[in-house]
Design a protein around this ligand. Sequence first.
Ligand SMILES: [Zn+2]
Length: 380
Amino acid sequence: MNIQNFQTIKAIAYCTRLRCSSINSFLEYLEPYFVSHIPGDTNKVFHGVTSSLIFSEPIGQKEALQSLLARDLRDIETNLERIANRIEDPETQIKRSFSTYSKRLNGWSVPLSSVSVRVEERFPEPYTNIDAWAMNFDVYDEQEFGIPRGVIFRRDYLLPIISPFLLAHELIHCVFSEVYSHHLARGLEEGLCEILGLVLSYEILDKDISQNILINFRLSESTARIWQIYTEAIRQAAQLYARYGFKGLKHILRLGHDKGRKVVKEIEGRLMHGHYRNLGLDCGEFVPDFDDFLSFFISYPQSLIVSPLSYCIAEKINVGDSVKKLVNHQGFESEQAFKALQELQDQVFLVLIKDDRIISDETKLFLETKTLRYKIHKII
Ligand SMILES: [Zn+2]
């Protein structure tokens, strides 16, 4: 298989659990490496890029970063081999998945009427300046601005696998968009779109791929507050699911479909006052592996982010180790390594050092689950 462009790498990166704390920083950092090796045979491109990341001892922050990037890339390469058959024209995938999702929505008794899904260079007025991959336009937009109801994808953000994944989210918005309303499609509605969109996406993707995409979009480190808002909305909707199950969420979908998003706003109002009981919703259909994923998602430790060298040191340390021996004899640059070890103790509280000894080490569980993550520093 040939790598046509960097979009393919991007798409597969979203499908992969990374050690890096920010998928955006990861892709921004690596784009120049890939651009200089593309086009080419997949194996050769990956080999070329990972070779450019080769480092030598002593290992300081920069070398640690190169080594970790190379390891994340190897995971992406493995995933690419696994799902290479899914790399095809995103517009074709969008069309096909629209049809699949529509059937499922019919099965949930929320058929979409007159909804179009299209790809355009830019969003129509007055949304032209909005920087989003895709947007849903509702009956309000249709009546006020003459924008046909449905979903528009921006062409420059199209990605195989990822665009059809996002379509599932947007179609849940469409369900709430059939009745005229001045309410914004925000808050609880976003959370419902994320959760029910994830379930819809299982129709076209393996569960672990869908879940990785959601993790990369919503748990990646970001300085932009907007992304925290999405994550918080998922937490709220997940609590609702925990009380009422799919039956409850589908009940809201049906109510929203028939009466508009004001129904969601009313429920959100109750939740914001702390009332999760007696919402008058159906209750049932709890799916054990989905329960587990949502619980994992809402309790994911987002703060365990360290420098690349701290990450590499965490992999080497053991209880009882001598600090001096570790920083001087494992190929590390000793001054930087000492600081990086301190960081594991002072910033994320996973290590305890006394005198010259490591007397506690809690890093392994978080390394194993990729919940300890490394940050790409601007100084490098
Ligand atoms: Zn949304």
